[in-house]
Design a protein around this ligand. Structure first.
Ligand SMILES: CC(=O)N[C@H](C=O)[C@@H](O)[C@H](O)[C@H](O)CO
Ligand SMILES: CC(=O)C(=O)O
Length: 303
């Protein structure tokens, strides 16, 4: 088989949280136990480091490099695929992180659009992505579409159509949008060596129905096992089983869910010392986090 096709990402990919000390510095010492928790307790062997969940845009370049390095080192021999998100506001910084990811042996890079100065057309964004990919040509390249966070009004289908001509290392898309028409068009345009990864966890069933081959998400940090069951049920055509997992996910995330709550829930479920998020995000108040952990345990009882 073509090695690129063989290395396709499928199944679930956990978008990792960044561990901080209470004083606000990154705490890479937690990454070793974090890898063991994901692989042994959640059955998750793919990670997406320094993404939205990892608060990458609130991290310094140096912090992002250290985190990527430690994830690569600790994940060696334990993780199947480690994708590093390298997108920054500046092309130069994004290129620097892309080169760095290649040097440290990551399995792929993903890039979000810059969002302060926004690309006004799909072609502008494609040109930007091309300039990033060309400095790390050996690494599988994924476009990370997340319009609710970037505010970019460019359809993913317009970005990816024919992009393999511009970016030979292009290998797919992480689609964290709710526009399933747009996602469906990406599926239609997909090439055999692309991975189409869906990124709105509470709508994963719809993403799978439209043709997603895998998913990247924050909730797989603590719902990895349940989400794997959902994917198995989907493949077996058991839609009622799929719906019951999805409904639990929707119920859990329905009220007042944000990254601070999400991180605290991971801390409660996993016991890992991930610390508070970084400002401007706020730590979840204790009464709120206990209530959500209780809800989690009632919706997803231990087997
Ligand atoms: C905005 C955001 O962080 N999106 C994540 C991935 O892209 C998702 O995994 C969500 O955290 C998840 O779907 C919960 O809403
Ligand atoms: C969820 C996700 O993919 C991210 O944190 O970037």
């Amino acid at each position: 088989m073509d090695p690129a096709v063989d290395r396709k990402v499928s199944g679930i990919v956990a978008a990792t949280f960044t561990p901080f000390n209470p004083d606000g510095h990154i705490n890479p010492a937690v990454i070793g136990p974090y890898v063991d928790y994901l692989t042994k307790k959640q059955g998750v062997t793919n990670v997406f480091v320094n993404g939205t969940t990892g608060e990458s845009v609130s991290l310094s370049m140096e912090e992002r490099k250290v985190l990527a390095e430690v994830w690569c080192r600790e994940g060696k021999g334990k993780l199947d695929q480690l994708i590093v998100h390298v997108g920054c506001m500046s092309l130069k910084d994004t290129q620097e992180l892309a080169r760095h990811a290649e040097e440290i042996g990551a399995d792929g890079i993903a890039v979000i659009s810059p969002s302060f100065f926004k690309p006004s057309t799909a072609d502008a964004l494609r040109e930007y992505l091309k300039q990033v990919a060309k400095v790390a040509p050996t690494l599988p390249f994924y476009y990370y579409h997340i319009p609710a966070m970037t505010g970019i009004n460019v359809n993913a289908r317009d970005v990816v159509e024919g992009i393999e001509q511009l970016i030979p290392s292009f290998r797919g898309l992480k689609f964290s949008g709710t526009d399933l028409m747009d996602f469906g068009q990406c599926v239609r345009l997909s090439q055999p060596n692309w991975s189409l990864l869906y990124g709105v966890d509470e709508q994963l069933l719809a993403g799978l129905a439209m043709g997603a081959e895998g998913a990247v998400g924050s909730t797989f940090n603590y719902m990895g096992c349940h989400t794997k069951q959902l994917i198995t049920a989907f493949k077996a055509g058991d839609l009622s089983q799929c719906r019951s997992t999805v409904i639990c996910c929707v119920l859990l995330l329905f009220t007042g869910f944000n990254l601070g709550v999400n991180k605290q829930l991971m801390i409660e479920v996993s016991g890992l010392s991930l610390g508070p998020p970084r400002l401007p995000l706020l730590q979840c108040p204790a009464d709120n986090s206990q209530a959500i952990a209780k809800k989690y345990h009632s919706l997803f009882p231990d087997p």
